[in-house]
Design a protein around this ligand. Structure first.
Ligand code: ATP
Ligand code: MG
Length: 338
């Protein structure tokens, strides 16, 4: 059966429309569970072969969004369209063939790789689940070519995850994701902090590998990271999340050079800038991120916002609106373009 995508060349890889993921939190025996709004009405597209970076403080819902768009979690509301097909309500068996075109790479490959399996088994298993090889010999050939592609030597085959360094383990994780996706061009890879657990010297190698793979295979990435420099370097567009919502979305260049949301300003002000001429004042936010169980009224950022206006920002939720072409911001009082 042909695995060629049936969606139009101009279609986006992924369309996320007002997607929410709420987790029920028990309150005790006789009380109704409350809803933790980990992701709240997020809309986003990822184009074919595009990298969309996703940034924001810890707990703002990045991983939940990443898992929900792949249907590893069920959305509470909203609609997901993957390669032209509505996947919002597909069951596990209907999703299985689509897994060949959408996969995830995790931050800590060690906890996501079975310690009792060899690399041959780990990567081979992915090929078996999706029945991609006709024989054991062909499967081994596929595993070997994947290992070679991600920069691991042949002798990795018979070794176990603990025998590898962090960077090598991440290569195994990438090989496993690609094992499933190898039958077609394109597809979507959610990278959930794929380099955070690695030494700085190794990070660049993995970033380069991801970039090469994108070029070769036309992969689209949803790239989640705390490393704002790497996100700027890798992403075509960047979305900034705060408490379950996207507050700013623009091309990487626009977002980093013309920061319009006060939260984006604060977040990005932490990036070290070597050139003193270009240095900006570091903005330190007061207070912690509020709980998504009990989000503030109005703009969720208003209790920490240096510009918040009483009667406006604590009342109405700001909608995402386009301030410049392709640059959307959810703020009642966006910063002037510097
Ligand atoms: N299975 C779950 N049940 C209940 N709450 C959850 C669950 N998973 C995540 N949460 C909550 O949802 C919110 C968003 O979590 P998430 O892990 O998506 O954030 P994140 O942006 O990925 O954070 P980090 O940068 O630390 O990885 C947090 O308040 C978290 O505690
Ligand atoms: Mg996370």
């Amino acid at each position: 059966m042909s695995q060629r995508p049936t969606f139009a060349p101009s279609d986006p890889e992924l369309v996320v429309e007002r997607v929410s993921k709420w987790f029920p939190v028990e309150q005790g025996l006789f009380r109704k569970p409350r809803q933790l709004r980990a992701v709240d009405s997020v809309s986003l597209t990822v184009g074919q072969g595009e990298t969309v970076g996703l940034v924001g403080e810890s707990g703002c819902g990045k991983s939940t969004l990443g898992r929900t768009v792949l249907r590893l979690l069920d959305p509470t509301y909203g609609r997901l369209t993957f390669e032209g097909r509505d996947i919002t309500n597909l069951g596990v068996s209907e999703l299985r063939p689509l897994r060949r075109r959408m996969q995830i790479v995790f931050q800590d490959p060690y906890s996501s790789l079975n310690p009792r399996m060899t690399v041959r088994q780990i990567v081979g298993e992915a090929i078996q689940i999706h029945k991609l090889a006709k024989s054991d010999a062909q499967e081994e050939e596929m595993v070997l070519s994947l290992l070679d592609r991600v920069g691991l030597r042949k002798d990795a085959l018979t070794r176990y995850p603990h025998e590898f360094s962090g960077g090598q383990r991440q290569r195994i994780g990438i090989a496993r994701a690609l094992a499933v996706m190898q039958d077609a061009k394109g597809g979507l890879l959610v990278c959930d902090e794929p380099i955070s657990a690695l030494d700085v010297s190794i990070q660049a190698q993995i970033v380069n590998l991801l970039q090469d793979l994108q070029e070769e295979r036309g992969l689209a990435y949803l790239f989640i990271s705390h490393d704002l420099k790497v996100v700027e370097y890798l992403s075509h567009r960047v979305a900034v999340m705060y408490l379950g919502r996207i507050v700013e979305l623009a091309s990487a260049k626009d977002l980093y050079e013309h920061r319009r949301h006060p939260y984006t300003r604060a977040l990005l002000s932490a990036i070290p800038v070597p050139d003193p001429e270009k240095r900006r004042l570091r903005i330190v936010l007061s207070g912690d991120v509020p709980s998504p169980l009990d989000p503030p009224n109005g703009c969720a950022f208003h209790p920490r916002c240096p510009k918040a206006k009483p009667g406006l920002c604590d009342k109405d939720v700001p909608a995402l609106r386009e301030l410049d072409e392709g640059h959307t911001v959810a703020c009642h009082l966006p910063e002037e373009d510097p």
